[in-house]
Design a protein around this ligand. Structure first.
Ligand code: CMX
Length: 438
């Protein structure tokens, strides 16, 4: 077998043909009936997207190509003597549906390692922004600035045949994945560390090098980054960042355009920004109550938050109906490395107190914590306390999943996305017509 690129297209070409035949033969099989309520419910539960990289079960959580989070932690390759999975290996798994060997991961590291040179104008574009610009805005703009280098945009302009779209997309995806940790680290050091940038260590793995460029060289922090960048990578196709990548990419916008758009969605407080909001909310609570709030005081603060018409960040989910296994994975990490950390213990106390209160409201479909409820406390333990930056870390990880998916979109030749919308008038007329028919 050849390189990852050759393996990908060897898999993708026959599958693309097989799927076309499947749809030809089964296209008319009904998948279910939807209701008027569904039109107002953000399309939840409506099957209308294809995403191969991961699949979510509401009660069990996410599986990446069939592997749960605990299985990923056990089975994905690790650095020699390491304890946490290497996210490059997860990219291989999501792309090919096969568990990589350590050599496969080394091949990706070498390939991405040769693609890390970020054009100087990207940093100039970021530097042109006020230092107070939110890191996610800087990140989105940095990704957009890299678009000048898009191989797909160039090939399209030169008239590439549609059957070859996947090829320059592959090049863009690898360049983007190789470069975003550098852009993210640049934003962090620029915004919070007086622009004192740290040269990469190419001999390190993708996550380890990212941790190093951020300025956190503790071995445990490397481990945390490997875990963090693995568990945030993908959550099937309908979440805002994954769906945005697919939607924007469906117009044949190149990977940079699609991923930058996705990051604008991730920057919303109901999606990825929740990880910063969790810490902001805990800090506000501590300011009001004191550094070590009791469970009763936490409960009171949750009631006040709800009374003020605000959400409790880190709790609830659009599709999950149990504690997020990504929360559990982080809790396990914390139990191993920082069981006595004060902030971590507040997070665990909130986990005890919040679900029954939220459930008591009678309207929340999932009172359990999601991935964002825990992540910030882990980062703070190692001194990364600039919580406005947290969503950028989420974004670096999310790139792995959504870029693997975008490659499949191109390889399968999926068409432009254009769901049907209706007006309220149309809904009323349709309901009346149905009632009149009895
Ligand atoms: N605190 C207070 N109210 C909440 C709530 C929370 N954590 N979660 C849901 N609700 C409310 C909703 O706002 C909604 O209220 P209204 O009927 O008054 O509008 C009601 O409960 C029903 O909502 P739902 O169907 O259970 O949840 P949705 O699918 O509409 O929303 C989500 C899902 C995640 C946006 C929501 O649970 C939320 O706002 N959580 C807090 C923000 C958060 O943690 N987001 C991160 C999600 C994970 C990620 O993408 O990173």
């Amino acid at each position: 077998m050849g390189t990852l690129k050759e393996k990908f297209i060897e898999k993708a070409l026959p599958l693309s043909a097989e799927i076309r035949q499947f749809v030809k033969e089964n296209g008319q099989v009904p998948l279910g009936e939807f209701t008027v309520e569904d039109v107002y419910a953000g399309q939840k539960g409506i099957i209308g997207l294809l995403t191969e990289t991961s699949l979510l079960d509401a009660n069990e959580g996410i599986r990446f190509r069939g592997y749960s989070i605990p299985e990923l932690r056990e089975k994905l390759p690790k650095v020699p003597g390491g304890t946490e999975p290497l996210p490059e290996g997860l990219f291989y798994l999501m792309l090919l549906g096969e568990m990589p060997t350590y050599d496969d991961v080394l091949e990706i590291q070498a390939n991405w390692g040769a693609r890390t040179s970020v054009p100087a104008h990207v940093y100039a574009a970021i530097d042109a922004l006020p230092i107070t610009t939110h890191p996610m805005t800087q990140f989105s703009i940095g990704i957009m600035a890299m678009q000048t280098d898009s191989k797909f945009a160039e090939a399209y302009r030169e008239g590439i045949n549609k059957k070859d779209y996947w090829d320059p997309t592959y090049e863009d995806v690898c360049n983007l994945l190789a470069r975003i940790p550098h852009v993210a680290a640049y934003i962090y050091r620029r915004t919070y560390k007086n622009g004192e940038h740290i040269a990469p260590k190419p001999e390190l793995d993708w996550a380890g090098n990212f941790a190093h460029m951020l300025g956190y060289d503790q071995v445990e922090f490397y481990k945390l980054m490997r875990l963090y960048l693995t568990i945030h990578a993908d959550h099937e196709g309908g979440n805002v960042s994954a769906h945005t990548t697919h939607l924007v990419g469906s117009a044949l916008s190149d990977p940079y355009l699609a991923f930058s758009a996705a990051m604008n969605g991730l920057a919303g407080p109901l999606h990825g920004l929740a990880n910063q909001e969790v810490i902001r909310w805990i800090f506000e609570m501590r300011n009001e109550i004191g550094n070590s709030p009791s469970k009763e005081q936490i409960a009171d603060y949750i009631h006040t938050t709800l009374k003020n018409g605000k959400v409790v960040p880190g709790y609830g989910h659009a599709v999950l109906r149990k504690t997020d296994p990504r929360f559990i994975a982080q809790q396990e990490f914390a139990k191993t490395y920082m069981p006595d950390d004060e902030l971590v213990n507040i997070v665990w106390n909130i986990y005890e107190v919040a679900p029954p209160i939220l459930e008591g409201l009678g309207k929340i479909k999932n009172p359990w914590p999601n991935v964002d409820a825990h992540s910030g406390a882990l980062l703070l333990h190692y001194g990364l306390n600039e919580y406005d930056f947290f969503t950028v870390l989420f974004g670096v990880s999310r790139a792995l999943g959504v870029m693997a998916s975008l490659l499949w979109d191109r390889a399968l030749g999926l068409p432009i996305e254009r769901p049907k919308s209706v007006t309220y008038e149309w809904l009323k007329n349709t309901v009346e017509a149905k009632k009149a028919k009895g």
